[in-house]
Design a protein around this ligand. Structure first.
Ligand code: GLN
Length: 336
């Protein structure tokens, strides 16, 4: 059983790590979209929520940012829910591509995009979401995302959506190629608008940590008790995060950090430690893979400090016993 005060100890360590990484790697800033180029590179927040609803925050955790590719995780969940695992797998695979997020490559053998965490696969997942038209699809996506976050105010940022629709040739190109190959059946403008609307939903690092915690908690939001995704799909979602969530840096991430995660080009990362907690990181400034520079460094440090690497031997000196427990199994004193 955890000693009283341990949640405070976690907060202290989190603050200390956050402070240490505040100025890390800021010279490497890369941006892909006008709104991101405008984003304040000094913003830096990390929040963690465990499956009992306890939450920790450090830095800028109430600043809204667009989910971008982090949305792929949750839209994939809805595609699985709407179509079932087998029919979804026929349309989009679960194999890491080893290519960048916007790569124009496909699994030729199975005649589908490699996985739903890169743009090609996410566009197919958007096509798979049920709904009569874009509005209905986006409404259903929003409703689910709100449920993951326990935040009824989540919304599509229309300005960001318009900006994305204007600088979107590559996603359109991907869709046209996929339609010519029979991988997409719907109207291309609708598919792209559905996908980019999901990318333009804004959250905070605190929201994102709850969304991650919902997956860690088997699909039920630990704050509200509401189910966001059927339990049977959670394993598939989190597995594909582990193998494909960090694009062509997924292998390095699995080795260094060892937590299922997904990044987006706004500089956000969601991490899911099944049965324990989720965390959300926001820090603009990307590396060549499109992953947040400070976010990746911070997660590596959190993993080491708190012993979170899912494949690490607990006796391994680098990933030793957590100095303080972050898991509900150990920490029984939190009040949430
Ligand atoms: N909205 C972006 C796109 O579709 C998302 C890309 C990303 O976050 N990697 O290109």
């Amino acid at each position: 059983m955890a000693a009283p005060g341990e949640p405070e100890l976690i907060r202290t360590q989190l603050d200390e790590i956050h402070e240490r990484f505040r100025t890390y790697g800021t010279e490497e800033v890369v941006s892909y979209y006008p709104p991101e180029a405008e984003a304040d590179g000094a913003l830096f927040g990390v929040a963690g929520t465990n499956v009992r609803g306890m939450q920790w925050q450090a830095g800028d955790c109430s600043v809204p940012f667009p989910l971008h590719s982090v949305s792929k995780v949750f839209t994939y969940g809805l595609a699985l829910e709407d179509n079932g695992a087998a029919a979804t797998l026929r349309r989009v695979g679960v194999e890491p591509s080893g290519d960048p997020f916007n790569s124009i490559t496909f699994d030729e053998v199975h005649h589908r995009p490699y996985n739903p965490m890169i743009n090609a696969g996410a566009l197919v997942a958007a096509d798979l979401v049920a709904g009569r038209d874009v509005d209905e699809k986006v409404d259903r996506i929003l409703e689910r995302y709100r449920s993951y976050a326990g935040n009824p105010d989540l919304a599509v940022d229309q300005r960001i959506l318009r900006q994305q629709l204007r600088s979107n040739d590559r996603n359109l190109g991907l869709c046209y190629i996929m339609r010519s190959l029979g991988m997409i059946t719907g109207d291309i403008e609708e598919v792209v608008e559905t996908y980019l609307s999901a990318c333009s939903i804004t959250v905070t690092a605190a929201d994102l940590s709850v969304m991650g915690a919902t997956l860690a908690n088997g699909g039920t939001n630990p704050l509200t008790g509401h189910r966001a995704v059927p339990r049977e799909h959670v394993r598939d979602i989190v597995s594909v995060m582990m193998t494909c969530g960090m694009y062509d840096a997924a292998g390095q991430w699995a080795t260094d950090v060892g937590i299922p995660a997904k990044s987006g080009v706004s500089g956000d990362i969601v991490c899911v430690l099944p049965r324990y907690f989720g965390f959300g990181v926001y820090s603009p400034g990307l590396d060549v893979h499109g992953n947040s520079v400070r976010g990746v460094a911070l997660c590596r440090e959190l993993s080491a400090t708190f012993g979170l690497h899912v494949f690490a031997d607990p006796e391994d000196a680098r990933f030793g016993r957590p100095s303080v427990p972050l898991s509900p199994r150990d920490a029984t004193t939190g009040t949430g």
